[in-house]
Design a protein around this ligand. Structure first.
Ligand SMILES: [Cu+2]
Length: 377
């Protein structure tokens, strides 16, 4: 697979510092509310995580100590109680920096490169000590349990939140929401998916659970370099003087950089279709194109299929452009993503969910055209 940068005047192939498509796509552990009488406990923990086969372990903050956190699965109309236990230890596991220049001496934007690019670590971010609050993004949640940005709880404190779940089937995500530092806490790993199921969705006979329903959480991350230029695994949140958002170069799906998944096709004649649910919480990157590999590993641009995205089920194949923007809940005022390209698609009246069928490669526009993830089948 050749990685090629477009835009920025670059047309030579890029050498990826990590081998793409060697790690198997992880599927986050499932936390099914019905199996726990609707009462869940999720610790918020400092832990280590390996983002790629060839990276050292990274220090992270994670729900249940994992990146992403467990996928919480609930039923519409069945209330769920979650005890979020803040057990975070130690400082924020992310180095925050602003590089002094937009591009390096070869005119490559520093945002495309690992390491600090001459920036100095921000001691204020480095001193953050793990206050937390959890917001269910897209949830219809009473104010007292909605994880408002100032309702923090400190390390050592639990918080019990009640979720009525009176809402349509949807793929939501939950994440940290602390005032002013949400971007760092989510970047450190505090994000997970949350599936609301209902009977209306089940009427569509879509697959439920593995192996045919694979939730995908897509994120962008960057890592530090040691003094010999080797990736250290330490998470780096880097901006530059011209761009206020961090456009991290490594795209992580379910906690792995450029993972790969062989999609099984169902053997029976009247099968549920294989598919994936997709949630995107890239820091600022807008995923712009989706591709499908055919049997010969050639990219077939026309055969990308999607049954829906974000909070609307299309019931038809979607174009790459429609898959471009996949905010988990477009109405959220904190969302920094542009509106979904398919936001004005006609409402089918079908349940809200995200459902992408078969295989895809997603590309990030900044730097434009670098292949960021492959899920082949
Ligand atoms: Cu949110």
């Amino acid at each position: 697979m050749e990685l090629r940068a477009r835009g920025h005047g670059l047309d030579q192939p890029l050498r990826a510092p990590l081998t793409p498509f060697v790690d198997a796509l992880p599927v986050p552990q499932r936390l099914i509310a019905a199996e726990h009488q609707g009462q869940l406990t999720v610790p918020i923990q400092t832990a280590t995580h390996r983002f790629h086969r060839d990276l050292p372990e990274s220090r992270i903050w994670g729900y249940d100590g994992t990146v992403p956190g467990p996928t919480i699965e609930v039923e519409r109309g069945k209330p769920v109680m979650v005890e979020w236990r803040n057990e975070l230890e130690g400082p924020l596991p992310v180095v925050e920096t602003v590089a002094p220049q937009h591009a390096d001496s070869d005119d490559v934007p520093v945002q495309c490169l690992p390491g600090l690019s001459g920036g100095t670590p921000d001691p204020r971010a480095g001193a953050l000590s793990g206050h937390a609050v959890v917001h269910l993004h897209g949830g219809l949640t009473p104010a007292s349990f909605d994880g408002w940005a100032e309702n923090l709880f400190a390390p050592g404190q639990p918080a019990v939140f009640h979720y009525p779940m009176n809402q349509r089937a949807a793929l939501l995500w939950y994440h940290d929401h602390v005032m002013g530092v949400t971007k760092f806490d989510v970047y450190a790993g505090l994000a997970g998916l949350w599936i609301v199921r209902d009977e209306r969705e089940r009427e569509l006979r879509l697959p439920e659970g593995p192996p045919f329903e694979v939730p995908l959480l897509i994120q962008d991350r960057n890592f530090n370099l040691d003094d010999r230029g080797r990736l250290t695994g330490q998470l780096v949140h880097k901006t530059d003087p011209e761009v206020m958002e961090a456009f991290a170069p490594f795209t992580v799906v379910n906690g792995k950089v450029w993972p790969i998944l062989d999609v099984q096709l169902p053997a029976c004649h009247n099968p549920p279709v294989p598919g994936e649910r997709v949630g995107v919480n890239c820091n600022a990157t807008l995923l712009s194109e989706g591709y499908l590999f055919d049997e010969r590993d050639a990219i077939n641009r026309r055969s990308f299929l999607s049954y829906g995205f974000t909070t609307r089920l299309l019931g038809r194949a979607a174009t790459g452009a429609e898959v471009a923007a996949l905010p988990a809940a477009p109405a959220d005022p904190e969302a920094t993503s542009p509106p979904a390209a398919g936001a004005d698609a006609p409402d089918t009246g079908l349940p809200e969910t995200t459902f992408i069928r078969s295989a895809l490669i997603l590309t990030a526009p900044s730097p434009e055209g670098i292949i960021v993830a492959s899920i082949t089948g």
